[in-house]
Design a protein around this ligand. Structure first.
Ligand SMILES: [Zn+2]
Ligand SMILES: [Zn+2]
Length: 180
């Protein structure tokens, strides 16, 4: 019997209708957009044998996927990028840190003391990211991806407020980066 083939509304790939829980999305897009189980893709000749997806994805789906990466997956992902992209990523992180600082300042649920402590740590984090950027700009990439993730983990642990805010800022940076 011939399988029904549909076209995904998000990535425009063909897929087998019976492999997705959603009427107009391939299993891959329905996983990242709505949390349904993904197909355990098996690629042969440019297509998944199981769901017929062509492996192409949109930047939006890519950004959702990247935001779910663990720290070690993030290190691998960033290590593979060129020095130019690593510099860009670090700069985006600094840009988003300034937004994070404002969010902390505007937070009415925490004391001035806590705000001050967070901003001191955030300032140190920014200083350390600048150091990474200066090295990268000289063409020196001494495990910069691993170091950046190390910094994120280190400053996250400083307080509950920082843990939430730095995590959000880092994920936002990953999401922003995909669209550059
Ligand atoms: Zn799709
Ligand atoms: Zn598949």
């Amino acid at each position: 019997m011939k399988k029904e083939i549909r076209i995904c509304d998000e990535c425009y790939s063909e897929y087998y209708a019976d492999t997705s829980r959603m009427g107009k999305l391939c299993p891959n897009c329905s996983h990242f957009l709505y949390g349904y189980d993904n197909c355990q893709h098996v690629f042969r000749n440019g297509r998944c044998e199981k769901c017929y997806w062509n492996g192409e994805t949109t930047k939006f789906i890519e950004s959702l996927k990247c935001k779910k990466m663990t720290f070690s997956e993030t290190i691998e992902w960033l290590t593979d990028k060129s020095i130019e992209y690593k510099i860009l990523f670090n700069k985006l992180m600094l840009f988003n840190l300034t937004i994070m600082n404002r969010t902390i300042l505007d937070d009415n649920t925490i004391t001035d003391k806590t705000k001050m402590d967070c901003l001191i740590q955030s300032n140190e984090l920014a200083h350390n990211i600048w150091k990474l950027i200066f090295k990268l700009e000289k063409g020196k990439d001494d495990q910069s991806a691993k170091r950046l993730v190390g910094l994120i983990k280190f400053y996250q642990k400083k307080s509950k407020e920082l843990e939430e805010n730095i995590t959000t800022t880092f994920k936002t940076t990953i999401g922003d980066f995909i669209f550059y």
